[in-house]
Design a protein around this ligand. Structure first.
Ligand code: GSH
Length: 202
């Protein structure tokens, strides 16, 4: 393997897309390997932890877990703080996003009636609490850490975009409207030229 490879499912979403965005913003020429769902079961046990994304760097074993991938890319390419305490603060927020995904993901597999009940409960309680905590920990403007986009911002962007697109059944697209700092990060990332150039590619 002579080229960096990012392996994920064939969809512009979630943990895989935030890693692709980080590689793109870092200016890394990478192979964007997209796995078909039908091919995944045979591959699963060959990945480090049984999940995607996986980053392959020449000369290294495969690296899994989106936050580990993002932090590595960020550290090497100026997209993660050099100060260790500030870096840890960013990593705390990245973990906060993983917590959100961990709570919401099981509802994807529920039957319709159960899904409706579970999602309505999330709307009433968990999601506002999650957003409130995210919002109060965002200290910079327009990004999490100030004026420069870093990998934590990509993570927050992907999480917010998931919900405000209006495509998650039983969760209103307005769910995060009351959290200006969180929505501000989403907007600033969406409008970032490097992010736009990734989204606009053929
Ligand atoms: N902690 C891991 C979670 C990886 C994960 O669960 N990825 C999902 C896709 S977003 C997956 O691989 N699902 C298929 C499966 O678990 O079989 C990370 O942050 O990358």
């Amino acid at each position: 393997m002579s080229k960096t490879r990012l392996i994920y499912f064939d969809a512009p979403v979630s943990r895989g897309e935030e890693c692709r965005l980080a590689l793109h913003l870092a200016g890394i020429d990478f192979e964007d390997v997209r796995i078909k769902s039908a091919d995944w079961p045979a591959m699963k046990e060959k990945t480090p932890y049984g999940g995607l994304p996986v980053l392959e760097l020449p000369g290294h074993p495969p690296l899994a877990h989106s936050n580990a991938i993002l932090v590595l890319i960020g550290r090497r390419h100026g997209l993660h703080p050099a100060d260790d305490f500030e870096a840890a603060r960013h990593e705390g927020m990245m973990q906060h996003v993983e917590h959100l995904r961990g709570v919401v993901a099981p509802t994807l597999r529920l039957g319709e009636a159960e899904k409706k009940a579970a999602r309505e409960a999330l709307v009433a309680d968990f999601l506002p609490a999650w957003a409130r905590a995210a919002d109060r920990n965002i200290r910079g403007e327009p990004f999490f850490g100030g004026t420069r986009l870093q990998v934590v911002d990509l993570k927050l962007y992907m999480a917010v975009r998931w919900f405000i697109g209006g495509k998650v059944d039983h969760i209103p697209a307005t769910i995060f409207d009351a959290y200006p700092r969180l929505m501000g990060v989403h907007l600033a990332v969406r409008e970032h030229p490097g992010v736009k150039s990734w989204t606009a590619r053929p």
